[in-house]
Design a protein around this ligand. Structure first.
Ligand code: GLU
Ligand code: ZN
Length: 311
């Protein structure tokens, strides 16, 4: 496990809909990785975006984890009410002159940047060197800025527990990214780094769709003086029959539908474990049972480099 720190993993669901098979799979692997190392799990409900987070899903996700046998040892922690911690981190960056206001509208951004690496658009740096006059002009026009972190022309490299070596040049492949939105909310990237550091998370297991955010998070963690980055492992995503990754919009793969089709939480876990190669058969099972046969090295060899599993 590298550094010899006790392993602390985390579930970090966004309560914006019912979990789907891909969310359950990532949570299951996160749990197996932590528990097989004698570690613990934290539950953090990522309700940063108050508009998209729904109270009913905050309850539901906890009941779902319980029913699935995905236990946690600490939490639930929440992101709402944590503005002070995020603001402190933001001020630290601001004092060091590392953030600047960005007045670009969504349309400006669309016009200025080509989509990169699937989903990621590289911000072209339009507002980085605005003169004080130009800033004043935009402020007087009533435009509320977002705040971006000025990134260096450096590569951030790390060894992903499941995907292997990964590196990204922050300037050319990512660009200056938003740490505070124009509506005043702190951005996901900032909140997640502050929370993982403060909650002592040492193991982050999540879907490979977030792999390209990890260099940003490692960089932010360093700037904020986080002790040591967590160990990151990105698991393949389930894709639907249409070849697109499952999302909360695919109603037929959300937990409600899965429970209706397969009949029990154990049957759902069995199905997911078999599909993903965690179990030799699709017999109903529990995370606790899978723990007896889980071997992280074997799992790594099995998934290495794979980014999707058909559902
Ligand atoms: N809350 C995010 C999600 O549900 C996960 C964030 C993370 O794992 O860093 O997609
Ligand atoms: Zn801008």
């Amino acid at each position: 496990m590298g550094s010899g720190r006790p392993v602390k993993g985390r579930f970090a669901p966004s309560p914006t809909g019912r979990m789907h098979a891909g969310n359950v799979y990532a949570a299951l692997v996160a749990w197996l990785v932590a528990k097989s190392a004698g570690g613990t799990m934290v539950l953090r409900i990522e309700d940063l975006d108050r508009e998209r987070s729904k109270p009913r899903y905050i309850d539901q996700v906890q009941r779902d984890f319980e029913a699935l046998g995905l236990t946690w040892d600490e939490g639930p922690y929440f992101q709402h009410g944590r503005d002070e911690a995020y603001r402190d981190a933001f001020h630290l960056l601001q004092e060091r002159g590392l953030v600047y206001p960005c007045y670009c509208t969504r349309a400006d951004l669309k016009a200025a940047s080509a989509p990169h690496f699937g989903e990621k658009a590289v911000y072209p740096g339009t507002c980085r060197n605005l003169s004080p006059d130009a800033r004043r002009e935009r402020e007087e026009a009533g435009r509320m800025p977002a705040w971006r972190l000025a990134v260096p022309d450096d590569a951030v490299a790390f060894d992903d527990a499941f995907q292997g070596a990964y590196a990204q040049n922050l300037a050319s492949e990512c660009g200056d990214f938003v740490v505070r939105r124009s509506d005043g909310l702190f951005a996901y990237q900032l909140a997640v780094v502050v929370d993982d550091a403060e909650q002592g998370v040492t193991s982050v297991v999540r879907g490979v769709d977030l792999l390209c955010s990890t260099p940003q998070q490692i960089h932010l963690g360093r700037l904020l003086g986080a002790a040591e980055p967590p160990r990151y492992g990105h698991v393949p995503l389930f894709v639907g029959p249409d070849g697109r990754r499952l999302s909360k919009r695919h109603k037929d793969a959300d937990l409600e539908a899965l429970l209706a089709v397969y009949g029990s939480p154990e049957a759902v876990i069995g199905r997911i474990a078999h599909k993903s190669g965690l179990a030799p058969t699709d017999e109903p099972t529990t995370p606790e049972n899978l723990l007896h046969i889980f071997d992280e090295k074997e799992y790594r060899a099995h998934v290495c480099g794979s980014i999707s599993i058909s559902w």
